[in-house]
Design a binder for this molecule. Structure first.
Ligand code: TNX
Length: 483
């Protein structure tokens, strides 16, 4: 049997009651408020798999009950789980909270043997509303089925945002109505790093992916990287360069050489069109406009460009997110800088925070999932250092940058860049288990977190990830035999 606190991310409050340990009976059933039928169906299926019992969904009071209490002024993701001798009750203010609680129940089910749930009460809510990861589809494209599988895995750890880096120098991965050459030319064969990552999402596939993610309570955050990282766009449409001359496709990992032309009207016609189309395809509240490493854009052009472009997500109903370089300009009130630096260098982020902006923390030396774990890691980069599991766990996003404390943070994100990655197996190897560390940072109160506790809880997830076919890294920092 699992212990009530054997959960990642660690819940806010865990009160075990061993007298109330609950063996699931052969006639175990599920009941739910009408608004929660989808989650009830999922829970029943989970219990069927664990027990082999039929687990019907019943109209009256089931053995396991899902209740919606919308009267409380709590986080929509909060939940309370009671496991008692006469059954299990999960209550939350929203179906999002029920889904979070469902992930806790999933983790409390044993991997094998008699199905007994540990008695007691769990009360839980997230530290931050934004807990994310990122896939770089531009350097290497991953098929929708792989992205869906990835979403299934991350959602189990209460990761609720998936940022898709859709465009870069080496490829353009989202079909844009009115600009067909973006994907015809820059999404096809020969694109990506070493020409080995071809493919793109049609508008329809993107919409389906967004809808699928929503069933896992994961919000897709699309990124169109501007004004740098645009070689693929310029290959497709040479009028997007300053001199209008064609440029060559690039499949090397260099950054900082391409830029949209801040002084040309064509630039803004293109950018506004793309933002309008992406916003229309995206139900979530955010649209990421990049803004990083625009090393071949002059500071003056960067300001001029960003000042014109930053209001556009708002015009189409979205909040702009951008890499923190964009904080060099005065931001629209709802814009969110995403901080990625190693050193606490202030590029205007603290000023933005003081003006009331929310910030997403993604420091490269802690949260970049494309950094090698250690010298022997066959994949990944090391420009931000080696990032073992403890290093990815043992930091606090609220003390990274002076002036950007707890109350300024929307949350944390762990980006995965794809220069060295070729497959879902490669992605999983770099992401797991480190994303579980980031998930706990984003969910569990800082004062309740502890590396030793995390390390010991993580060991038990080895067999679970293995059973799910997830290609996680068997880091020697963890004693996997303890699981
Ligand atoms: C930096 S940090 C980048 C990406 C690279 C990554 C590789 C940032 C916003 N941009 O262009 O893929 O390093 O780790």
């Amino acid at each position: 049997m699992r212990h009530l606190g054997d959960v990642i991310p660690l819940p806010v409050s865990v009160r075990p009651d061993p007298a109330a340990d609950f063996p699931l009976p052969a006639d175990v059933s599920v009941s739910a408020a009408p608004a929660a039928t989808a989650i009830a169906g999922e829970l029943a299926e989970l219990l069927r798999q664990a027990t082999g019992f039929p687990v019907p969904i019943v109209a009256g009071l089931g053995t396991v009950r899902l209740l919606l209490d919308d009267d409380e002024a709590k986080s929509p993701e909060s939940y309370r789980l009671d496991i008692a001798a006469d059954g299990v009750t999960l209550r939350a203010p929203t179906d999002q909270g029920l889904f979070a609680g469902l992930q806790t129940i999933r983790q409390l089910l044993p991997g094998a043997g008699a199905v007994v749930l540990p008695g007691g009460r769990v009360e839980d809510e997230p530290r931050f509303p934004y807990r994310g990861t990122m896939l770089d589809l531009a350097r290497h494209f991953y098929q929708p089925a792989d992205i869906r599988s990835f979403i299934d895995t991350i959602a189990q750890f209460k990761i609720n945002h998936l940022h898709l880096h859709l465009t870069d120098d080496q490829g353009w991965r989202l079909e844009i109505e009115g600009w067909p050459r973006l994907t015809e030319v820059s999404g096809g064969e020969g694109t990506g790093i070493d020409g080995a990552g071809p493919g793109f999402l049609t508008a329809q596939q993107y919409a389906e992916l967004v809808a699928y993610a929503a069933t896992r309570f994961v919000t897709i955050v699309p990124e169109i990287d501007l004004p740098g990282h645009v070689n693929a766009a310029q290959v497709a449409y040479p009028e997007l360069t300053c001199d209008g001359e064609p440029v060559q496709p690039r499949t090397d990992p260099e950054v900082g050489y391409s830029s949209l032309c801040a002084g040309k009207d064509e630039t803004y016609a293109f950018v506004e069109d793309v933002i309008r189309v992406v916003a229309a395809l995206t139900p979530g509240p955010y649209l990421h406009i990049g803004g990083d490493e625009a090393l071949s854009t002059t500071a003056e052009d960067y300001r001029a460009f960003m000042t014109r472009v930053l209001p556009l997500p708002g015009k189409y109903g979205k909040r702009a997110i951008g890499w923190h370089e964009m904080a060099a300009v005065d931001l629209p009130a709802t814009a969110i800088p995403q901080y990625w630096r190693i050193e606490p260098v202030d590029d205007g982020v603290a000023r933005a925070a003081a003006a009331g902006h929310q910030v997403i923390m993604s420091p490269a030396d802690r949260s970049y999932l494309d950094m090698k774990y250690d010298e022997s890691t066959p994949l990944g980069l090391d420009w931000a250092g080696l990032v073992g599991v403890e290093r990815s766990y043992d930091w606090d996003p609220a003390d990274r940058l002076p002036g950007v404390g707890e109350e300024s943070l929307l949350g944390v994100e762990a980006p995965l860049w794809s220069e060295t990655l070729r497959s879902l197996a490669d992605v999983e190897f770099m992401v797991f288990p480190r994303l579980l560390a980031i998930a706990e940072i984003g969910w569990t109160p800082q004062a309740a977190r502890d590396w030793t506790s995390f390390r010991d809880r993580l060991a038990a997830f080895g067999p679970r990830l293995e059973a799910q076919g997830v290609n996680f890294h068997r880091s020697t920092e963890i004693d996997w035999t303890a699981g």
